[in-house]
Write a protein that binds this ligand. Structure first.
Ligand code: FES
Ligand SMILES: [Fe+2]
Length: 429
């Protein structure tokens, strides 16, 4: 149980809130690179409305959504070259669709077609602009105070010899309850084990042998990247990688998970207090050299079946259903935590400590300011997950949300999983 004031402190993400001040100290994915072009995307991040676009020169711009002229959304706009002789030769920018004011990626107003040619009015106008960087097929944004920290070069974003794809969906709930799921291993044997077995029995399919195994022991160690989660499952010992290595919740908002040549990040990006953009950043590493990928493909993960019910016939759909049905901001004052919730308690404590750290003027956990340590940030993760990487891979590729991936067929071939090749991604029922 948590007092309502503390629940608000941990879940508010907007400007001027303690939680929002903490979250503004990090870079956040805001869109797949492949989706950013001359037609602006309207995005909402940490409670702020923004527009994202790519100029003709290939630069990405991120501006406040409301035009400084008369507040029409700059989403009603387009990338355009300057047209006045004075601005000739300047790079392209974002032109508001309403009266044609043109803004550069730095927010400067370059043209105001309705004003007289010798007017200096535009020189006094600026749209709020934000820092952006691209890495590993994602555009990242920074909305916080200067000096901005480095964008962390976590291993999956920079590895060679992997294929990647990016699944994403907007989930109607606060980010924290999703993060709490990442330090809650017991749910695996119940939600993805027994509940899934019930659904499979209804459809005449056999239950998963991997996911129904009982957790004998779990541990949560706060460390330099967040919280390292470890477990011993029925039939395992402390010599297995699930205990010896484990995998991390990367503070503040990422889960590293995988095995058998699959290495994934699940990134929970707060849109506002009640919505989260969930990104499944997936890398496939079959060993040896991998054919080059020109762009990282992105796809939207469906949430609902044809009856409007949240899909729950696969692992991620089951998780999504659990998170969303907890409520937009789960009422933690009515919960009853037991000893199996020790990871959840550790995470809340970590968030509270980091909020205090930022309020005291310090850098929070996972802030990088040294280029040399930021070349590649290698995160720990078991390879032989759940006792066998191959078994994990087959389970995951067929029953994870990867089944919606446009490149899944090629990925299966890449791994030589020939008996699975030919089965296309499953459509929502
Ligand atoms: S509202 Fe954007 S140019 Fe007028
Ligand atoms: Fe789960």
């Amino acid at each position: 149980m948590l007092k309502p004031e503390l629940n608000r402190r941990l879940t508010q993400v907007g400007p001027g809130t303690p939680g929002g001040d903490l979250l503004r100290r990090y870079w956040w994915p805001i869109a797949p690179s492949v989706d950013v072009g001359p037609e602006p995307l309207e995005r909402r991040l940490l409670g702020e409305d923004l527009v994202l676009f790519r100029t003709r020169e290939g630069d990405v711009g991120l501006l406040e959504r409301q035009c400084p002229h008369r507040s029409t959304s700059l989403g009603l706009g387009y990338v355009d070259q300057p047209r006045t002789p004075e601005a000739a030769g300047s790079p392209s920018g974002l032109r508001c669709g309403y009266h044609g004011w043109l803004f550069g990626t730095d927010g400067r107003c370059l043209e105001q077609p309705g004003e007289s040619a010798d007017s200096t009015f535009k020189d006094r106008i600026r749209a709020q602009s934000y820092r952006v960087q691209e890495l590993g097929g994602l555009v990242f944004a920074y909305l916080g105070p200067e000096p901005a920290p480095l964008l962390p070069r976590y291993d999956l974003f920079v590895w060679d010899d992997v294929w990647r794809d990016i699944g994403h969906a907007e989930l109607p709930c606060n980010f924290l309850q999703i993060m709490e799921n990442s330090v809650d291993p017991h749910h695996v044997e119940w939600l993805h084990g027994r509940y899934d077995a019930f659904l499979r029995e209804l459809s005449g399919a056999p239950a998963s042998e991997v996911l129904t195994k009982k957790h004998l022991k779990v541990a949560f160690d706060v460390f330099e990247h967040g919280i390292l989660k470890r477990r011993v499952l029925e039939g395992q010992t402390e010599d297995d990688e699930d205990w010896k290595v484990g995998h991390p919740l990367v503070f503040p908002s990422m889960l590293r998970i995988g095995g058998g040549g699959l290495n994934f990040f699940q990134i929970r990006v707060p849109i506002d207090d009640e919505n989260t953009w969930h990104v499944w950043y997936q890398t496939y590493q079959p060993g040896g050299s991998v054919p080059p990928q020109e762009t990282v493909p992105a796809y939207e993960v469906p949430l609902y079946d044809s009856r409007g019910k949240l899909l729950r016939d696969y692992v991620d759909g089951q998780d999504i259903t659990a998170w969303v049905t907890q409520g937009r901001i789960t009422p933690r004052e009515r919960e009853h935590l037991g000893s199996s919730d020790v990871g959840v308690i550790a995470l809340r404590r970590l968030f509270a400590e980091q909020i205090d750290r930022v309020a005291a003027g310090e850098d929070p956990l996972c802030t990088y300011r040294d280029e040399t340590t930021n070349q590649v940030i290698t995160l720990p993760q078991e390879k032989e997950k759940f006792g066998g990487g191959d078994a994990f891979r087959r389970e995951f590729l067929l029953h994870g949300q990867t089944r919606y991936s446009p490149i899944l067929h090629d990925v299966l071939a890449l791994f030589g999983d020939h008996d699975l090749v030919g089965r296309r991604a499953v459509e929502p029922v």
